[in-house]
Write a protein that binds this ligand. Structure first.
Ligand SMILES: *Cc1c(COP(=O)(O)O)cnc(C)c1O
Length: 475
């Protein structure tokens, strides 16, 4: 399978080529040249496979440059009960007989769904770097879940160092403790005296220095990484089969969304032939995606318009994977996609109203809904009293929107994107008690912290990275 850019069909190579690179040279995102599909009979064959086998069948057609046995090995190393907390890896639980289901994706080491893909990336990176005798120094910015998922995935990986920027003092106490208490020689937490956008700007500034980037093997594991998208498609198949529907019957899914990575993986599963009916994009107050799906206009929100909410991992004004969706909506027309993103880049809206593309969006099955802080509190409370189950505020966004769009007789699978323990303050506000914590996180706030505080200054950051890597090189 060959990969191309969404903006010009520039050839980007095979899976392992795009795994380690970020944006395409023309600024676009990597997409497979075509999307393989499963027939109804083939889907029946996948039903009942264990997670790793299913992952192999779903991912294999996209990965032509890792030998079959090696890929099976990588998937077995990744999706283990010890890492994800259960043999099923992603258990599906019915919420009473409401027709709503929770797909549990947060049993991994960082207690959020990002582990599902990031753990695979950790093993896949190690494999490719070993094969090619390379090293990579991952530089990223996080406002919470991505950073810890990346760090837990790269723990102890010999050829990888992680430099993770976070806004000093602005994450939840639990999230700070989760990252900063890691005491590992290849993990560097850097708290920047600034906000999340400053952190992201610093990452961009370092990447803009081609000489520094090449000299220090700077790489990324951000949300546009194709390997992450692909690994996430697997659990849509898994959940669908777990419902035990008759062959061909539709199921709906609802996905708490920010960068559009998770829900795009669902769209990929649908494009591969999985009978998904509606695919709901749930937003919080930062409802840029809701604006598009309800009105036909995509207009990126400037940073100052993005509110800080109680589902912070969805506080995003532009959805970085959205370009992949519009590219498919345009039937793989890269010229059209490049035209749209030239508008986006110039700060102008993309208006699809009255075009054939808007008809294609309507036919895609994607719809959107949004919630407020009060909605989330009420939903957490309702799910607790009706079903005896605590959910986190992001999952609450999804359950609220999923319920609103439920169709009679069609199951609605809501993705649980984090455990409530991660967002104890909001859960306590909703139900008057703190959620339970997995044992390994007891007292995490009291553990010693390893974190470098740096000013919001690119030279200070480069100096720190270079200094640490030079020390390592000298051994
Ligand atoms: C990252 C994240 C999201 C948003 O996922 P996207 O793939 O960026 O749309 C939702 N909920 C939680 C808890 C997250 O960590």
């Amino acid at each position: 399978m060959q990969y191309v850019s969404t903006r010009g069909h520039q050839r980007l190579g095979t899976f392992t080529d795009v795994l380690l690179s970020g944006l395409a040279p023309d600024g676009g995102l990597a997409m497979p040249e075509q999307i393989p599909t499963f027939s109804a009979a083939e889907l029946e064959r996948l039903r009942g496979l264990p997670y790793t086998e299913l992952a192999y069948e779903v991912m294999r057609p996209f990965i032509s440059d890792i030998p079959e046995d090696d890929l099976r090995g990588l998937l077995r190393q990744t999706y283990r009960a010890e890492v994800f907390g259960s043999e099923e890896i992603t258990p599906l639980t019915a919420l009473g007989d409401s027709g709503l289901y929770l797909l549990e994706l947060s049993g991994g080491p960082s207690l959020a769904f990002k582990d599902m893909a990031m753990q695979f990336l950790g093993h896949a990176f190690e494999y490719v770097l070993e094969r090619d005798d390379r090293r990579v120094n991952i530089l990223g910015a996080t406002s919470g879940d991505t950073g810890s998922a990346a760090e837990y995935a790269m723990l102890g990986k010999e050829r990888v160092n992680v430099f993770m920027l976070s806004p000093h003092g602005r994450m939840s106490r639990f999230q700070q403790a989760q990252m900063y208490s890691l005491n590992e020689p290849n993990i560097f937490n850097i708290a920047i005296e600034g906000v999340f956008d400053d952190c992201q700007d610093l990452v961009k500034a370092v990447n803009a220095d081609a000489e520094f980037k090449a000299r220090y093997d700077i790489g990324a594991v951000n949300s546009i990484n194709w390997g992450r998208v692909l690994a996430q498609a697997v659990y849509y198949f898994r959940a669908y089969f777990a419902l035990g529907l008759p062959a061909g019957a539709e199921a709906d899914f609802c996905v708490p969304s920010g960068n559009f990575g998770n829900v795009f993986a669902g769209y990929l599963a649908k494009a591969m032939g999985l009978p998904i009916g509606q695919l709901m994009v749930a937003s919080n107050e930062n409802s840029v995606l809701h604006e598009f799906f309800s009105g036909g206009v995509y207009h990126v929100w400037p940073a100052e318009r993005v509110a800080q909410t109680s589902s912070p991992s969805m506080d995003i004004g532009k959805a970085s994977n959205f370009e992949r969706f519009l590219y498919l909506v345009a039937g793989g027309d890269a010229v059209q996609t490049a035209g749209w993103w030239a508008e986006v880049g110039a700060g102008r809206p993309v208006d699809l109203r009255g075009t054939v593309h808007w008809d294609a969006v309507a036919a895609s099955g994607l719809r959107a809904g949004r919630s407020t802080h009060a909605d989330r509190l009420a939903t957490i409370r309702r799910v607790d009293t009706e079903f005896g189950r605590l959910i986190d505020p992001h999952t609450a966004d999804g359950v609220l929107v999923g319920k609103r769009f439920q169709r009679p007789g069609v199951p609605m699978v809501c993705l649980e994107t984090a455990l409530p323990a991660k967002f104890g303050e909001t859960v306590e506000e909703a139900v008057g008690r703190l959620p339970e914590r997995p044992a390994q996180f007891e007292g995490i706030e009291d553990r010693p912290r390893r974190c470098e505080v740096l000013p919001n200054d690119v030279d200070a950051l480069k100096g720190f990275i270079a200094g640490q890597l030079d020390i390592k090189r000298r051994g």
